[in-house]
Design a protein around this ligand. Structure first.
Ligand code: JHZ
Length: 398
């Protein structure tokens, strides 16, 4: 059956790229599972000819990724924590919200800052049980569920939320209608929604194909996100470019008829996207050639080296990279990651052990930084903690 666009329901048949069959990126294996079977799913995003939304058909149910053992805790990066602090200060000054709701609130890193600065009602929604539980231990009120219209009804949320924060969550939503419809229903008449997402301009222009994995159902341009929100009652009134996750956009939206004036930045960025040919189907179809070309370069750099190599970080994007390149423990002996939930596990598919960062005291000649988006922070840590002074690599390799 031909899949349908999750924004506009047009038939989907144009390919963005094909990363083969891959396991779920955050499905790290325990020691008892490492020799057992693993399920692989096609990782082949398509692009809608009608609305240009790049998307993965929903072959993996959201419950398979977001469950009681989700290993990503956003507070592990000091740069991310600083990013949240800056955002919270800016949002407080600009919108002075009293009721703040965060969707995909993860470990509560961001919400705790709103609560500490005196907002009246601060609530998170996080479907992964272990992460939601951690957030509660940090004093952040967290509803453990998937957000959507049903949740808004069952929680009896009147349209009272002054600020709804959806940072790095819209991409994780298979049913955009239900999710955005829920935001529209919960938002106060003059409330503001902020949404951050990796900007597809960078994915296309900087070959960030490793950010494609089953958790990410959609990959947005400003035009695509404007169409998604617009069909469901929300108007984008401002946009900013931000540096996180390889270059993202933060959009500000309100009800269609709300008083917020639409800022010139919106038209300006749409024009910029047009000039980058992001409003043309060809740009997306041409991307198919990029991952095989980068894989070739990566293998030339990484394989057959006399240097013992380890990896820094076990991010989801690293799993796509390793599995697409076919790299395993014969090339990368181990990874280190500061997240306790990842340590002692093995990477899905590539089956490389994940250890605590102090394992890098071993005589390692080379370190591959898999979360290239935090390369500066990690380079500084390696320089400080690792007395062997290894060679440090991060993509792009060319
Ligand atoms: P990081 C995340 O993707 C998660 P991932 C998610 N899927 C999403 O949508 C995108 O972001 C946008 C470790 N680390 O942030 C922590 C250290 O060990 O690139 C993490 O495991 N030491 C929701 O998973 C990983 O690296 C450090 O000093 O690709 C970073 O993962 C630092 C800085 C990180 O996200």
């Amino acid at each position: 059956m031909t899949p349908r666009c999750r924004n506009c329901a047009a038939a989907l048949d144009a390919v963005f790229c094909d990363l083969g069959m891959q396991p779920i990126a955050n499905g790290l294996l325990g020691p008892g599972e490492v020799d057992g079977p693993q399920t692989y799913y096609p990782l082949k995003p398509l692009v809608c000819r009608n609305c240009l939304l790049v998307q993965l058909p929903s072959v993996v149910a959201r419950e398979e990724s977001f469950n009681g053992s989700y290993p990503y805790f956003s507070g592990q990066s000091a740069d991310w924590v600083r990013h949240c602090e800056a955002f919270v200060m800016q949002a407080l000054v600009r919108f002075a919200p009293w009721h703040v709701l965060e969707l995909g609130s993860n470990d509560g890193t961001l919400l705790r800052m709103f609560a500490e600065r005196g907002c009246g009602e601060v609530v998170g929604v996080e479907p992964s049980g272990n992460v939601a539980e951690f957030a509660r231990t940090q004093g952040v009120a967290t509803v453990c569920d998937f957000f959507g219209r049903r949740l808004v009804e069952s929680e009896l949320w009147t349209p009272r939320w002054d600020l709804i924060v959806a940072n790095n969550v819209l991409a994780h939503v298979p049913d955009l209608d239900d999710f955005v419809g829920g935001m529209t229903n919960a938002l106060a008449p003059e409330g503001v929604v902020t949404i951050e997402f990796p900007w597809i301009a960078n994915l296309v222009e900087q070959a960030q194909w490793d950010t494609i994995y089953h958790e990410h159902y959609s990959y947005f341009s400003l035009l695509a996100v404007q169409r998604v929100l617009g069909r469901r009652g929300l108007r984008i009134f401002d946009v900013e470019q931000i540096a996180t996750h390889g270059g993202s956009l933060r959009v500000y939206a309100c009800h269609q008829g709300a008083k917020q004036l639409t800022q010139a930045a919106v038209a300006h960025l749409l024009r910029d996207e047009g000039a980058r040919r992001l409003h043309s189907l060809d740009t997306y179809e041409d991307f198919q050639a990029v991952p095989p070309a980068e894989r070739k370069v990566a293998l030339d750099v990484l394989a057959d080296s006399p240097l013992r190599t380890a990896g820094y970080g076990a991010p989801a994007k690293g799993m796509t990279f390793l599995n697409y390149c076919g790299l395993g423990p014969e090339t990368i002996e181990f990874l280190v990651d500061s997240t306790p939930a990842k340590q002692g596990k093995f990477t899905p598919g590539s089956r490389i052990p994940v250890l605590a960062p102090d394992a890098l005291t071993k005589a390692i000649g080379r370190v591959l930084v898999l979360p290239w988006n935090w390369a500066e922070e990690i380079r500084a840590k390696i320089a400080k903690d690792c007395r062997w002074k290894p060679e440090i690599l991060a993509r792009p390799f060319a």
